[in-house]
Ligand binder design. Structure first.
Ligand SMILES: Cc1cc2nc3c(=O)[nH]c(=O)nc-3n(C[C@H](O)[C@H](O)[C@H](O)COP(=O)(O)OP(=O)(O)OC[C@H]3O[C@@H](n4cnc5c(N)ncnc54)[C@H](O)[C@@H]3O)c2cc1C
Length: 445
């Protein structure tokens, strides 16, 4: 039996961040992290393994992030937790007694029950070095790739695989547009146009009925009766929280939504906290269940859990959902609700749009346009969401908008916000997109 003050289970975004924060707040505590995998991937970097980055071993989080914080590391799988004796047991029959535990056990890819899903060369996106190497090997032999799911992950895979030189890349999306859960139609349409300019075929409003082949996949069958040739199929349709260990240990869980936690990230057991993709989340705007699972949310929750272990310090925030991605030379960012989502949730909204060069004067080499759309609640003037597209500054501007949303800023407050500008770095102060979009919306209220 080994004793530790803090036992963290899971070694990805949430587990590592919990360890680093816990060390800052509890310098004398013995901290041990147990994770299943020998090597930890940068999860958000996975699509780039297939193009820009080139291989899984160039997309790893080094263990020095733990050793630098004097955190012990064990590679093993925890198979049971006894909450009463505070003992965790691993697959290799080791036992660990803890004072406080944090579950950072993440999520698993959603694998739909489509006929033929078990065929060779049909891959989910698993955060596993050896598995992704197999995907890479299969892609090296492939001419025809079908990606099921046109969300961020599916599109990033499509773009990167095209860069890798795969001749025919097809994205099949069930909804009326790609990226529809994060963007309004006009942004989705731009993204789809960019995908087709890059030689990627996009089939929207289309369902994969089955995957066919003898041992290995040969083609997918669509609900319109057409067949699309496929040497490889990649599933990018989302994730489900990993709750099995928590459920088997008697913690309160919802199979679909995750492990129940309070705002301090405590589970139903006062000595066990949870953070990251495995926890149950509530939408920032509506309080309804939220399916948004992002590294930014995982690490925020982990910082809260790590700080609160022996004394309550921070409260976590409900997810807003701040996304960013790049397709070719088109960067897209989104924070909070889309206009469509806000209306569906019952808000009366006013929008404002502004577009300007991302540097000033626009004659500076490398300048490109950045457009911003802001969505406000009409009566309160509070910012509900924003989308950004165009230049590579989109991610940073989306983060800025995310901060304004989280602080529930009103349009009239945003127009008096003091935004630093510089010719090489930002739009001109006169045409700053966020300020102008807010002012345009304000005049409509
Ligand atoms: C392809 C892809 C691209 C993404 N891109 C982005 C992006 O650009 N931006 C963004 O914000 N988010 C992105 N995400 C989402 C982000 O990766 C997740 O939100 C994040 O990984 C969650 O971290 P986590 O630590 O909660 O869980 P996970 O990353 O799922 O890690 C879970 C950890 O728990 C371990 N574990 C589980 N069970 C046990 C057990 N019983 N014993 C021991 N160890 C266990 C696992 O081995 C792993 O170490 C992306 C996800 C994917 C798949």
């Amino acid at each position: 039996m080994e004793n530790t003050d803090i036992l963290i289970i899971g070694g990805s975004a949430a587990g590592i961040t919990t360890a680093i924060s816990a060390r800052r707040y509890y310098p004398d505590a013995k901290i041990l992290l147990i994770r299943k995998e020998k090597q930890v991937l940068i999860p958000c970097g996975i699509p780039y393994i297939f193009g820009t980055v080139g291989s899984p071993d160039r997309n790893l989080i080094p263990d020095t992030v733990l050793t630098k914080s004097n955190v012990g590391l064990t590679i093993d799988e925890v198979i049971s937790i006894n909450k009463d004796t505070k003992i965790a047991t691993t697959m290799s029959d080791r036992t660990f007694r803890y004072e406080k535990m944090v579950l950072a056990i993440g999520s698993l890819p959603l694998v739909p029950a489509i006929p033929g899903i078990e065929l060779d060369n049909v891959f989910a996106v698993r955060k596993d070095v050896e598995y992704l190497q197999k995907v890479l090997n299969a892609l090296d032999e492939a001419k025809d790739l079908v990606i099921i799911g046109g969300g961020f992950i599916g599109l990033e895979f499509a773009d990167e695989c095209k860069k890798r030189g795969i001749a025919n890349v097809t994205v099949v999306e069930l909804l009326p547009h790609c990226l529809l859960l994060a963007c309004d139609d006009e942004v989705c349409v731009r993204v789809e146009k960019k995908l087709s300019q890059r030689g990627i075929k996009v089939l929207i409003h289309t369902k994969v009925e089955s995957i066919a082949g003898s041992k290995k996949v040969d083609y997918v069958e669509l609900d319109n009766g057409q067949k699309t040739k496929a040497d490889v199929v990649i599933l990018g349709i989302g994730v489900i929280p990993n709750v099995q260990l928590a459920r088997d240990s008697g913690l309160e869980v919802d199979e679909k939504e995750g492990i129940y936690v309070d705002e301090f990230m405590r589970t139903s057991d006062e000595n066990i906290f949870a953070a990251g993709d495995c926890t149950r989340k509530r939408c920032f705007f509506t309080g309804r269940p939220s399916v948004v699972r992002l590294a930014s949310i995982a690490t925020m929750e982990a910082r809260v859990a790590g700080a609160n272990l022996f004394r309550l310090r921070h409260r976590s925030e409900c997810p807003i959902g701040v996304f960013g991605t790049v397709i070719g030379d088109l960067a897209i960012g989104s924070a909070g609700m889309t206009e469509r989502e806000a209306k569906e949730a019952g808000f009366e909204v006013v929008t404002g749009e502004a577009e300007a060069p991302d540097k000033h004067p626009a004659s500076i080499p490398g300048t490109s346009n950045l457009a911003v759309k802001l969505i406000f609640e009409k009566d309160t003037r509070v910012l509900l969401g924003g989308q950004v597209y165009g230049s590579m500054t989109a991610g940073k501007v989306a983060n800025f908008i995310g901060a304004l949303i989280q602080k529930r800023m009103r349009a009239d407050e945003i127009v008096t916000f003091q935004v630093g500008t510089h010719p090489m770095l930002t739009a001109s102060p006169i045409s700053h997109q966020v300020e102008n979009a807010a002012e345009i919306a304000l005049t409509k209220m």
